[in-house]
Design a protein around this ligand. Structure first.
Ligand code: GLA
Length: 393
């Protein structure tokens, strides 16, 4: 009898040990029980100056992780994930009230289109015709122009029985100077494996450049009181694309070896950011495109971030060839975000999976041209996790 009890006791310990291992550390139950069903809730959030109603969607998975996204800009406004003690914290920059998103913030949480990042001189030539775009970033065109996809109202279809929402919009021929009527669809799915899956689809009726990305600023501490320089970053890339002083790629594809751009081994973001290096000077920190090491066309691991204090981790896999890693160098403390927090320089970082900047003017870069009859289809998966105390991998 005693023996049976002790076997049961040992079994209970073993099972709890397994649970600890599976959830990656000391874990108090999150807000909801593990048996909860994933769901998507819909609620009104605000109105634009033109009177368009904006709707918010709250996606919750079976473990209580929660993501909020709205129809304005398909903006992700919050992502709440547990730290190593199981406490949920919001790991993205943004605002509490809708009106604050209308003050032209630096693309917090938004979908960027039609073209993520810069096009030199606001101009490109396609099939013999030259197109002029807004120069909304010094001499260059940035993130789709004056009113890019980040400022559009999207149609939304929330999932009936899961944690997902699909946003779609028709970008008319000539919008912001781009050719072709473009039908775009972007979906966010929060899985019970603690992944955020972002899928992008588009079709056009005229050839057009397209480079869609997600511009969330992460700070895995769950508290934007401090900078992100202590986060440890790994990028699977042997090469990057150096830029000129206006952040346009020079066209060169340079090795990261021996430079502050070598993140092939986990390294604190801040370890080398202040080194005297011409590329860091041009970028005002990290604001560059890494050429991801790829084997094929599919979804491949690209990035791992570990925040040692909270224990939170973020893994990114993508079908895209490039990653714009941006360390929030232009945040200058003039923006007050959630809870009145001041967003100072480098309090958030972006991991923008995409094609390379200025590809329409760089024939040697992978093409960003979508033609009628083709389908644009890319996917990026963000996986949220935790590490145990003292482990940095
Ligand atoms: C991108 C760019 C940066 C900056 C931010 C928005 O990440 O690469 O240079 O423009 O967007 O502030």
């Amino acid at each position: 009898m005693i023996a049976r009890h002790s076997i049961l006791f040992l079994l209970a310990i073993a099972l709890s040990g397994f649970a600890l291992h599976a959830f990656g550390g000391r874990q108090t139950p999150p807000a909801r029980t593990a048996a909860a069903k994933p769901e998507t809730m819909t609620h009104p959030y605000g109105k634009t100056a033109e009177g368009h109603a904006v709707t918010m969607f709250t996606l919750t998975n079976a473990h209580g992780l929660e993501l909020r996204a709205m129809t304005y800009g398909a903006i992700i406004t919050s992502v709440r994930v547990p730290d190593r003690s199981g406490a949920l914290g919001d790991i993205v920059l943004g605002f509490d009230r809708f009106e604050q998103y209308l003050n032209d913030p630096p693309y917090f949480g938004a979908i960027i289109g039609r073209y993520g990042n810069r096009i030199a001189g606001g101009q490109f030539t396609l099939d013999g015709r030259t197109y002029s775009l807004a120069k909304n970033n010094g001499p260059n065109h940035l993130h789709g122009g004056r009113k890019g996809f980040d400022k559009a109202i999207w149609q939304a279809t929330p999932s009936a029985g899961g944690a997902a929402v699909a946003f779609s919009r028709a970008s008319p021929d000539g919008e912001e100077g781009y050719p072709g009527n473009l039908q775009v669809r972007v979906s966010y799915t929060l899985t019970d494996s603690n992944e955020l899956i972002v899928e992008y689809h588009a079709r056009t009726d005229k050839a057009t450049p397209i480079n869609l990305t997600q511009h969330t600023y992460f700070n895995l501490t769950g508290d934007v009181a401090g900078d992100i320089l202590g986060h440890e970053l790994m990028i699977r890339a042997d090469r990057f694309t150096p830029v000129d002083a206006t952040l346009i790629p020079t066209g060169q594809i340079a090795p990261v070896e021996g430079t502050p751009f070598d993140f092939r081994r986990p390294t604190a973001i801040g370890a080398r950011i202040a080194q005297p290096h011409q590329q860091l000077a041009n970028g005002n920190g990290y604001d560059h495109n890494w050429v991801l090491n790829r084997n094929g066309q599919g979804l491949e691991p690209a990035v791992r971030v570990v925040e040692p204090k909270s224990g939170r981790t973020l893994d990114v896999a993508t079908t895209e060839p490039g990653l714009q890693f941006y360390t929030g160098n232009f945040l200058d403390g003039t923006i007050k975000g959630k809870g009145g927090r001041v967003y100072a320089r480098r309090t958030g970082f972006c991991l923008e999976t995409q094609h390379f900047p200025d590809s329409p003017n760089k024939p040697a870069f992978p093409s960003t041209i979508l033609r009628p009859g083709q389908e644009y289809s890319t996917k990026t998966v963000f996986t949220f996790g935790v590490i145990k105390e003292g482990r940095a991998e």
